[in-house]
Ligand binder design. Structure first.
Ligand SMILES: Cc1cc2nc3c(=O)[nH]c(=O)nc-3n(C[C@H](O)[C@H](O)[C@H](O)COP(=O)(O)OP(=O)(O)OC[C@H]3O[C@@H](n4cnc5c(N)ncnc54)[C@H](O)[C@@H]3O)c2cc1C
Length: 433
């Protein structure tokens, strides 16, 4: 996941806030922060947990080994309405901001690879929802999900071989062919979740390289468009049930209507930037912050699963005539695991609440939440392996997979280093490099 996806997701939040009558003053007039979940939140938590426990978990090992998209599981999710725009919209709509992280934590508690196979589509959906016109949303969002009988996935393609953390270095370009009212897109995308197998691809391309990231625009590539091909499928350390691939764009022509937001809006924005007027990039920096708690919540789901598994194991496993949890070193590890998970969740919930209620991220609280949750997940899952000993290191036990899955959370949606960069700049006002 990338920062551009993050912006898209936040824009989507804002669009939804506007649609539901929410506004930036919600913090003053709207729902107050509480740690007590309301009935809707409890119901959604239970619903997603039920699916995670009953369908996702039993399938986790198989799809990790197969390293393939678990289409039957996505279809099951579609049948119960969990894999649908309605469900994602419902999670977003919660005015407290907590439902989205709660749902993500539960699903990824079931399994992160399958969780990403289900949630990966939402990156593209968020971009369309955040940047598209109502007509574009109506046309493309249903095609991202397909139907329960014919499920589809979508991909969001921003990263490139030479543009990961540095999104401004994107080389993929889009040129407007006025005579045909078409955009011609050329470039190579890297590490795209669902890349090449997606029905709908959303591609970030530069329309004016001199403007760096302010010269970027998002395009929908309709299903089956010539010139949009899957490149190499990436073999991964973890999240192996989620398909990751390069995407090649060779003279890929899309109708003018595929530019998200439309040409008029793009031209206006570019004119502002070229005149040296302050574009909304500072606002965007703020908004990057708001999608990160969702990703942090996914990491929390993995951490919680590993913690619970190792706690049970430590009570059962006997060595030297007693349960291993009776050794302080094991018990203290488990205490620290629980402590870190709960601390990370509070950061995630705080940032989710701030993002949804329009609070300013003065200290990069969104980055803090994702950074902490990602690092906690890596640490907790490593400790879980230690507690399981030899068993923990084998593929017979799930904590090994959880550890592999957790590692991506210190890499995508901004690496841990980039999060520290964002936080240190926010707290100091110094342009730390
Ligand atoms: C499984 C997976 C799924 C993904 N899904 C998507 C997707 O759906 N769509 C998409 O567009 N992208 C996706 N990505 C790409 C992902 O967002 C990038 O990998 C990520 O942004 C990091 O970029 P990079 O890999 O180029 O690392 P680099 O930017 O090359 O970073 C390498 C190292 O240098 C460090 N570093 C870089 N700059 C600085 C700095 N200024 N200060 C300190 N340290 C620095 C980094 O922290 C890191 O440790 C995915 C990646 C993976 C592995």
């Amino acid at each position: 996941m990338t920062e551009t996806a993050a912006v898209a997701e936040v824009n989507a939040n804002e669009a939804l806030a506007a649609a539901t009558g929410g506004n930036g003053d919600a913090a003053a007039d709207g729902p107050k922060f509480t740690l007590e979940l309301n009935q809707d939140q409890k119901d959604i938590k239970e619903w997603v947990h039920g699916f995670a426990a009953g369908v996702v978990r039993p399938a986790a090992e198989e799809w990790d080994e197969r390293e393939e998209t678990p289409w039957p599981v996505i279809q099951e999710a579609a049948k119960i309405g969990l894999y649908s725009f309605e469900a994602v919209g419902q999670f977003w709509a919660d005015e407290t901001g907590l439902t989205l992280p709660i749902a993500n934590e539960e699903l990824f508690w079931g399994d992160a690879g399958i969780g990403m196979a289900i949630m990966g589509t939402t990156l593209a959906v968020a971009a369309i929802f955040g940047q598209g016109t109502p007509e574009q949303m109506g046309e493309w969002i249903p095609q991202c999900f397909g139907t329960p009988d014919d499920v589809k996935v979508a991909a969001f393609c921003a990263s490139e071989p030479d543009a990961g953390s540095d999104v401004s270095a994107i080389r993929t370009n889009a040129k407007y062919d006025e005579a045909k009212d078409e955009w011609v897109i050329n470039g190579q995308k890297a590490w795209a979740t669902n890349g090449g197998i997606a029905n709908v691809h959303v591609v970030i391309a530069s329309v004016d390289r001199e403007l760096g990231s302010r010269g970027h625009a998002a395009f929908v590539i309709p299903p089956g468009t010539p010139g949009c091909e899957q490149g190499a499928k990436v073999k991964k350390h973890g999240l192996r049930a989620s398909h990751t691939s390069d995407v090649h764009l060779d003279d890929c022509r899309v109708p003018g209507s595929c530019l998200l937001g439309g040409k008029e809006k793009l031209d206006e924005r570019l004119a502002r930037v070229r005149e040296g007027k302050k574009a909304k990039s500072q606002a965007a920096m703020q908004t990057f912050e708001a999608s990160r708690p969702t990703v942090g919540a996914q990491a929390l789901g993995i951490a919680r699963a590993a913690y619970e598994y190792s706690l049970d194991y430590a009570k059962e496993r006997r060595q030297f005539g007693k349960a291993i949890i009776e050794n302080q070193s094991i018990a203290f590890d488990l205490a620290n695991m629980k402590l870190e998970i709960d601390a990370a969740r509070l950061l995630v919930w705080r940032a989710a609440w701030m993002g949804r209620t329009g609070q300013k991220f003065e200290n990069a609280e969104g980055s803090m939440s994702k950074l902490k949750a990602g690092e906690v997940a890596v640490w907790v899952t490593e400790r879980a392996i230690q507690i399981l000993g030899g068993n923990g290191y084998t593929r017979e036990f799930p904590v090994e997979r959880m550890h592999r899955d957790s590692k991506i959370y210190t890499i995508f949606e901004g690496t841990s280093e980039i999060q520290r960069l964002v936080i240190s700049r926010a707290i100091s006002g110094v342009h730390v490099k």
